[in-house]
Design a protein around this ligand. Structure first.
Ligand SMILES: [Fe+2]
Length: 305
């Protein structure tokens, strides 16, 4: 296994000379330690098999959901590109910085993500290091933020960006992943990483309404923190080549998609690793309750991030 840390960035490593589908336990142990330390691992030219991707993700923990397409190619094989199209709206939403599934009762632990069809330009994926951001704050601000909690909701983030789905149920819900009718998840602004014990900011587009602040004050603080936190040297954007795979630590990193010409097809595969109830359960959820499986998956295969 050859490891090259990303240059000029506070996190991330490129790993080569390792077959992540066939590696043994000793290589896995080294890789897991590296993941905990670097939070993002990039595997160029990995060409994971369908099953291999989920098997690799399962090394990190249970799955929140198995390999699913993040794509503008519909089930009918047509490319979705028009403004207002349901698939396009879902993908556009992903372009705001976020941690995955903070709007669910259990925040995701991480994700394996791989590239099958890549457009000519754009469509990079960015990550931002919320541990480095926290460490950069002065101690007064660290202390102030440590006492604050915010709600996380996909209704909020998609509505704010103008990307809510069209088809709404009578009770205001949507039959899509993430739009649940349970209590809105409440999470601390400073999360202590369950493995390293190191604090990091927990922000992103799904966060809103900090308890104790009025709505505008909260939005202003969250926007300012997000804008500041997601800046170099705490950010890395990966330009995809077909066959690349990555795995990231969603407890520490935010991520986002970036725009591309949606007339060009793009298909990525995302396996989401479930967080641990002991450390990723929202403050106001007592159980690891998740929406039942009868929630209709998006017909064109796009998933909330
Ligand atoms: Fe995401």
């Amino acid at each position: 296994m050859k490891v090259q840390n990303l240059e000029g960035v506070t996190f991330g490593s490129v790993v080569t000379e390792l077959d992540i589908e066939t590696m043994g336990d000793s290589e896995w142990n080294d890789l897991y330690e590296l993941w905990i330390d670097r939070a993002l691992l990039v595997f160029p030219n990995a060409f994971l098999s369908d099953e291999g991707q989920d098997q690799f993700a399962l090394r990190f923990g249970d799955l929140e959901f198995p390999r699913a397409a993040i794509s503008n190619i519909g089930k009918d094989d047509k490319v979705h590109f028009e403004d207002g199209d349901e698939v396009v709206k879902s993908l556009r939403g992903n372009e705001g910085w976020h941690h995955d599934s903070t709007y669910m009762p259990i925040q995701a632990k991480g994700a394996v993500f791989s590239a099958e069809i890549v457009p000519e330009s754009g469509a990079d994926t960015g990550w931002a290091d919320m541990r480095a951001a926290y460490e950069e704050l002065d101690s007064d601000t660290q202390e102030r933020l440590a006492n604050l909690n915010a709600y996380h909701s996909l209704y909020y983030s998609q509505a704010r960006s103008g990307y809510l789905p069209d088809k709404q149920n009578e009770d205001g819900t949507y039959n899509l992943y993430g739009y649940h009718d349970m209590e809105v998840s409440l999470r601390p602004l400073v999360k202590v990483h369950p493995v390293t014990g190191q604090p990091n900011l927990l922000l992103g587009r799904h966060a809103h309404d900090i308890v104790g602040l009025d709505r505008e004050e909260s939005a202003k603080l969250l926007d300012e923190l997000n804008d500041w936190a997601c800046q170099p040297p705490r950010t890395y954007h990966h330009q995809w080549t077909v066959g690349d795979a990555v795995v990231w630590d969603n407890r520490r990193l935010q991520h986002r998609g970036t725009p591309f010409d949606m007339k060009e097809p793009r298909r990525m595969w995302h396996t989401r690793i479930a967080g641990d109830p002991s450390s990723e359960l929202a403050i106001n959820h007592q159980t690891d309750e998740i929406p039942s499986d009868d929630v209709e998956r998006h017909p064109t295969g796009t998933w909330a991030c």
